[in-house]
Design a protein around this ligand. Structure first.
Ligand code: DX5
Ligand code: ZN
Length: 218
């Protein structure tokens, strides 16, 4: 299992976005988490495909695009074209989740399914074979800087057991409230891709990436 840190640019200083992304890459972050919010599925609006096209020029990281967007099938092609490597959609936002996952693969990207804290794992039962990554939201999506919901540890543990039973090496990503204190128990529960916004972009970015990555490599 490969362990990766995925810094979330939602917490970056947008006046120097390119520079801050470069710092995460230079410090060893292989992924970059890109939170797209539509003001409908979640209350906030963040940014869209033009921003992805523009930051693609300056980074070789794996672009881990998290679509917090209602009916995301409308945008899969656009984000793939903009430079996404992986596209994650919310099960709650898709009328036809199975079809959307095929669409992501057809666009040449890895397919992820995100689950809000209250959404049961059973929604994955018939799409496990088409899912490269499950994103367990450890906060209610929409804002950075929230506290992790402790009930999610059990959800992650149950999911890893289920994947093991199915002999699948699907990635489990966590998003929300990941920091130096929560990262170890999250890994122990079965996570292997950790999104971190505030814990990376507040303070010394390079140092934060090295510390969190150090935990992942231990
Ligand atoms: C929440 C977003 C997260 C957010 C995480 O809706 O999906 O990616 O940026 O922020 P932190 O790490 O600050 O909780
Ligand atoms: Zn996210």
């Amino acid at each position: 299992m490969r362990y990766r840190l995925s810094p979330s640019i939602l917490a970056a200083d947008f006046t120097k976005l390119g520079e801050e992304i470069r710092k995460t890459e230079e410090a060893g972050a292989e992924y970059l988490h890109i939170d797209v919010m539509d003001g409908w599925f979640v209350p906030s609006i963040s940014f869209g495909q033009p921003l992805v096209t523009s930051i693609r020029q300056g980074s070789r990281q794996f672009f881990d695009v998290h679509l917090m967007v209602q009916d995301p099938e409308r945008y899969i092609g656009d984000f793939a074209k903009a430079g996404a490597d992986g596209i994650t959609v919310h099960a709650e936002a898709c009328r036809h989740l199975d079809r959307v996952l095929s669409q992501i693969h057809e666009a040449g990207c890895r397919a992820g399914v995100a689950l809000n804290p209250a959404t049961p794992l059973s929604v994955l039962d018939y799409v496990y074979q088409k899912t490269d990554m499950v994103l367990i939201m450890t906060v209610n999506p929409g804002f950075g800087g929230q506290k992790l919901i402790p009930e999610m540890f059990g959800k992650i543990r149950t999911l890893r057991q289920r994947l093991d039973e199915l002999h699948l090496e699907t990635d489990i990503e966590v998003d929300g409230g990941v920091n130096r204190d929560t990262i170890v128990p999250l890994l122990e529960a079965g996570t292997n891709v950790c999104v971190a916004g505030s814990a990376v972009f507040r303070g010394d970015i390079g140092q934060n990436v090295r510390v969190l990555n150090g935990v992942l490599r231990d």
